[in-house]
Design a protein around this ligand. Structure first.
Ligand code: BG6
Length: 475
């Protein structure tokens, strides 16, 4: 095994999926607090409500797994597994409840001080996502989110507040989670566009403003503490041509460029790639990108590149007409007959991770981190309370083997934080039963349960993996 000595093994969560306490200690409502749950069995995703009706509906983020009140217990369990790093996000609305206030909410800042202090007790390095689908609802409602340039300033103030406050406690930062989802789904999760239908120009203008906010934060952060490592984060969905027909190959390249490469190019190289400029021209998309904007992007390039990796997909020239579509993390594509799928239809592809790591590294040549990876699955609790999640162990084992090979290929991979290291609510469906964790949480899809934590079989397995620095993968 070739994992470097200081390899950052750990796990990842996001505030809106685990903290709960959605209106406690001055917290405001984020866009995610307006999301009702969906269901796999009913085949529904989440429903976004403009008004919150807790009398009649269940909003999973309001209670999450109540990490807000259980963080000490949860961090102790992470420490028991030997985590070197814990990726968490800060809820913007704990710090600035509406997003446009001049001064931050002290209770919110104090909460994360307490969390970082708890992590420090065990020598666990925090890796902080500044915005993980948690835009203050008010910014969406009043300003159309990032479509309004003032939101760039609100984000900058928020990020700077965090940098100043935690400059001696946090070294690793990520500006926006899965920023490339801003090219899809009308930009709700990333740009906060939900008041009406938006034109493509508006959607790309909002995303451009997100890029500016990110770049400004990177520049500001480096001034506050030159040791900060500030990265980008993308949902990387590796795409293979369905066949070797040149038409399929070309289509794959076009979709891949726009979804996987565009945002990374802006954040790592500091400029728009040629294919997006041409796409804008051809489609009459008039995004205002000034000389000054270009300098901001150039000055605010990231230090490292991180991404989520769950699945791969296939692309065919006639994608829209196909009836062999596959499920996926917002983006489906066409099914691959060589790959198994999870219960939610995500195609499992460990070798694809090695391929992806090489693909990204050859393009950017900056350190990489896999900050999300994992298997969403139903778990069964046996009569004695044990959970034998061998399927999860197998998933991780195969992916770790391929990461190891990628390191041998020469890729500079510095860390790995499997998603939902403790069970939490699903971003896509709001379900609890789509479990990713090494730690089980007693909670169901309707919000019932004791919230008690327990160790799954994979908990002990991952502990041994970390202890042996990736050498011992046996179970
Ligand atoms: C990523 C997100 O898209 O995938 C996470 O960053 C999310 O927030 C994860 O939870 C898994 O998706 P899901 O829909 O299974 O929760």
């Amino acid at each position: 095994m070739t994992f470097p000595k200081n390899f950052l093994w750990g796990g990842a969560t996001a505030a809106n999926q685990c903290e709960g306490a959605w209106d406690v200690d001055g917290k405001g409502d984020s866009i995610n607090d307006h999301n009702r749950a969906g269901s796999r069995t009913a085949g529904t995703r989440r429903t976004f409500d403009l008004t919150i009706d807790t009398e009649n509906y269940y909003y999973p983020s309001h209670t999450g797994i109540d990490f807000y009140h259980h963080y000490k217990e949860d961090i102790a369990l992470f420490a028991e597994m030997g985590f070197k790093v814990y990726r968490l996000s800060i809820a913007w609305t704990r710090i600035f409840p509406n997003g446009d206030e001049e001064t931050p909410n002290e209770a919110g800042l104090q909460f994360y001080d307490d969390v970082f202090d708890e992590l420090a007790k065990y020598g666990i390095e925090p890796l902080v996502t500044i915005s993980h689908f948690e835009l203050p609802f008010h910014l969406g409602k009043k300003y159309d989110g990032f479509l309004d340039k003032r939101t760039i300033g609100f984000y900058e103030r928020y990020a700077t507040t965090l940098f100043e406050r935690y400059k001696n406690k946090v070294k690793y930062w990520l500006t926006f989670n899965e920023i490339n989802f801003g090219t899809m789904e009308h930009g709700l999760r990333i740009s906060g566009l939900f008041n009406r239908e938006y034109t493509e120009t508006e959607q790309y203008q909002a995303l451009h403003n997100v890029f500016l906010a990110s770049a400004k934060a990177v520049s500001a952060g480096h001034k506050i503490n030159p040791d900060f490592q500030i990265g980008c984060m993308l949902a990387y969905i590796t795409m293979y041509p369905k066949t070797c027909r040149p038409e399929d190959v070309l289509k794959t390249q076009q979709i891949n460029d726009k979804f996987n490469y565009f945002c990374g190019d802006v954040q790592v190289k500091g400029k728009y790639p040629y294919f997006m400029k041409r796409y804008f021209e051809k489609n009459n998309i008039n995004v205002e990108i000034t000389e000054e904007d270009q300098q901001i992007l150039q000055a605010g390039t990231v230090d490292y590149y991180t991404f989520s990796y769950y699945m791969t997909t296939c692309i065919a020239d006639d994608l829209d007409q196909r009836d062999d579509k596959s499920g996926g993390n917002l983006f489906g594509g066409v099914s691959n007959e060589y790959l198994p799928s999870s219960d939610w239809g995500w195609q499992i592809d460990p070798i694809g991770l090695r391929y992806t790591l090489n693909q990204i590294y050859s393009r950017y040549e900056v350190p990489l981190m896999v900050v999300e990876n994992g298997l969403g699955a139903f778990d069964e609790v046996a009569a004695d309370g044990s959970i034998s999640d061998d399927y999860r162990i197998d998933y991780f084992k195969q992916h770790i083997i391929e990461m190891d090979k990628a390191i041998e290929d020469g890729v500079d991979l510095i860390g790995y934080t499997p998603w939902g290291c403790i069970d939490l609510i699903s971003a896509g469906t709001g379900e609890m039963s789509k479990r990713y964790g090494f730690i089980y949480v007693d909670r169901d899809d309707e919000g019932n349960g004791t919230l008690a934590r327990s160790r799954k079989k994979s908990f002990y397995w991952y502990k041994q993996v970390i202890e042996s620095n990736g050498e011992n993968l046996s179970n």
